[in-house]
Design a protein around this ligand. Structure first.
Ligand code: SAM
Length: 214
């Protein structure tokens, strides 16, 4: 998702109370930032923030951090937040490969990846957010007992993600290749913008829940 350059987006992000400035050393300080001892859940590639904000409104006992690399997209998420403020949401505009600069070891209890960019060329496999390179990073920031949830309609990306779990030493806890017809896994499902768009075209949605093997 890349919206056209929106005038003022960078400035709005720079001044929003919901955005942690990129240069901030926030690793290890998330509980301080939110001012409360709550579990921290993150979404990487949050887009316009619909999933994260619905989740945060339904779960005030959890602190949520949305990570998005494009200012023009994050700007939409911030606008939503300013219209309907939620105390348990923050955003960072950043490229996910730098994630360990922003979260300390064991600081996060859940990672969400929704409709991540597929990077179809083999030589770009390391950029896929479900690659073993990324799983190694998530292993560090996840607290013991924490897990990762991934949804996509892109079957090739999903099967790649499934195959990466074993070499990266993660275990699959739950899996479906048709989420909306899986009564158990679909319970309480919050649709993302892309999920709504692609499922309305008839594409089945795949989902897995995985955790590192210790
Ligand atoms: N998660 C949303 C949804 O399901 O509707 C948006 C999906 S969109 C296809 C993927 C989003 O992830 C885009 O907004 C993109 O800019 C962001 N993204 C992709 N790779 C990223 C990365 N390496 N770091 C941060 N954001 C990334």
């Amino acid at each position: 998702m890349r919206l056209r350059n929106i005038p003022g987006a960078r400035e709005a992000i720079g001044t929003s109370e919901y955005v942690i400035p990129e240069e901030n050393e926030c690793a290890g300080k998330w509980r301080e930032i939110f001012g409360e001892e709550k579990p921290v859940h993150i979404e990487i590639g949050t887009g316009k923030g619909r999933f994260l904000t619905e989740l945060a409104a339904a779960n005030p006992e959890v602190s949520y951090v949305g990570i998005e690399k494009y200012s023009s997209v994050l700007f939409r998420a911030i606008q939503k937040m300013e219209e309907n403020p939620l105390p348990n949401v923050r955003f960072i505009r950043m490229e996910a490969e730098h994630i360990l600069r922003y979260f300390a070891e064991g600081e996060v209890e859940r990672v969400y990846l929704n409709f991540s960019d597929p990077w179809p060329k083999e030589r770009h496999a390391k950029r896929r957010l479900v690659s073993r390179e990324f799983l190694d990073r998530y292993r560090v920031l996840l607290k013991a007992g924490g897990h990762l949830e991934f949804k996509t309609d892109n079957r090739d990306l999903f099967e790649f993600g499934v195959e990466e779990t074993e070499p990266a030493k993660w275990e699959i806890l739950e899996i479906t290749r048709d989420l909306h017809r899986d009564a158990k896994m679909n319970q309480g499902n919050i649709m993302t913008e892309y999920e709504e768009r692609f499922s309305s075209k008839g594409n089945p949605i795949c989902k897995y829940i995985i955790r590192p093997i210790v």
